[in-house]
Design a protein around this ligand. Structure first.
Ligand SMILES: *Cc1c(COP(=O)(O)O)cnc(C)c1O
Length: 383
């Protein structure tokens, strides 16, 4: 097997290479225009994302992390406020809360989808709760219909962390169109990945849209008159120009990810590996866009499986090894010991396999055969 080429976890070059000329032309136009901020590509991309997400307003910003921060700022969330969020997520879903002096309240996840357990949300609501941030993890929406119902009942805003879920949907309604504000990321590993950082916020509320725009540009209106304590967070025109080229190809890329996911399922079942692993579960209400293909490896074998894959040239990753409530920087956040068992179990068992759109069938066969080799090796060792 040593002569077989490696299978990377992600190869952004394969997706970008065929678009190189088109992207260079788009970048060239930005250079010639000299409009590096607030150029025409930015507003065009905002309109395109608004259409894709079926919302009235989309506002560019510098990153998915800033989108979340600006969303909380637009709702005036600060000291004394609580925000409900899963602990099994990327840091940015939680850091925005702490940065504004508010308190994150962690809710456990569902073991099958890794998304927030909507049935556990109401028990975490207090008079101080101002928002809920469901994270549509790995490209599959949380039970956002139920979560929005809870928000409405208690008068609490929903901010969707859709960083990993652009073009996904729940009950056929797009991610980012359900809550008060939807937050997207164009980090290079996301389904619509730029060539650096970028983000977008979506909303149907014209006042919130206006507030997000104001806060993302120093709270300044008109020039040098500052109405609010905003920040500097803009999507630059170069990123928007590149993203517009890539957005045209997002539908095919999404279908390729879905095809790869189905192929993994068939291959892993045919190899009898579904007895050793738990394969990803599809919520029948969700249109899954597969930012990640996440299996569970139980019995403390996950790290050994990952090392075996690495030693055979197969890339994998652990999203996420340390839940947020166990991070050093969130050590002061009060959490009942043992109150997040599924979060802690997921962090020990999860393993993410290559699923990018350009991944070849032969490469998936290789991944599955290396995985099979791990268990055959163990059976031999035990005999
Ligand atoms: C990537 C990501 C973010 C942050 O996006 P950036 O553009 O990298 O700042 C936030 N939440 C989740 C769940 C993410 O995966």
């Amino acid at each position: 097997m040593a002569d077989e080429p490696n299978v990377p976890l992600l190869d952004v070059g394969r997706g970008n290479a065929p678009l190189r000329q088109e992207m260079l032309a788009a970048i060239g136009e930005v250079i010639d225009s000299g409009r590096f901020l607030y150029g025409p590509d930015v507003s065009a991309l905002e309109n395109e994302i608004a259409t894709l997400s079926q919302v009235d307003h989309a506002i560019g910003c510098a990153s998915g992390s800033d989108a979340l921060l600006l969303a909380l700022m637009a709702l005036d969330i600060g000291p004394g406020d609580e925000v409900i969020v899963p602990s099994f997520t990327f840091f940015a879903s939680v850091s925005c809360i702490e940065r504004l002096g508010a308190k994150p309240v962690f809710v456990d996840i569902l073991p099958d989808t890794f998304n927030i357990n909507h049935r556990a949300i109401e028990a975490a609501i207090t008079p101080a709760t101002r928002a809920i941030i469901p994270v549509h993890l790995f490209g599959q929406c949380a039970a956002i219909d139920k979560i929005c119902q809870i928000g409405e009942k208690h008068g609490i805003a929903i901010i969707e962390d859709a960083a990993q879920a652009i073009a996904s949907a729940y009950h056929s309604r797009p991610a980012g169109s359900w809550g008060r504000i939807g937050c997207f990321s164009f980090y290079p590993t996301k389904n619509l990945g730029g060539m650096g950082d970028g983000g977008m916020m979506t909303t149907n509320d014209p006042q919130i849209a206006d507030r997000l725009r104001l806060l993302s540009s120093h709270g300044m209106r008109p020039r040098y008159h500052h109405r609010a304590l905003g920040i500097n967070s803009r999507l630059d025109t170069f990123q928007a120009a590149v993203l517009r080229v890539k957005l045209k190809h997002l539908p095919e890329a999404t279908v390729s990810r879905q095809k790869n996911a189905t192929r993994y399922r068939d291959m892993l079942q045919a190899a009898d590996l579904h007895k050793h692993f738990t394969l990803p579960k599809l919520d029948p209400n969700a249109y899954h866009v597969w930012n990640q293909y996440s299996i569970r490896v139980p019995d403390g074998q996950r790290d050994a499986v990952r090392e075996h894959l690495a030693s055979h040239g197969v890339g994998s990753e652990i999203y996420y090894p340390v839940p947020m409530h166990q991070q050093e920087c969130f050590a002061h956040v009060a959490v009942q010991p043992g109150s997040l068992p599924e979060t802690e179990r997921a962090a020990k068992e999860i393993l993410n396999l290559p699923i990018f759109p350009e991944l070849q069938e032969s490469e998936q066969e290789r991944v599955v055969s290396v995985l099979r080799g791990f268990f055959q090796g163990r059976q031999k060792a035990a005999a």
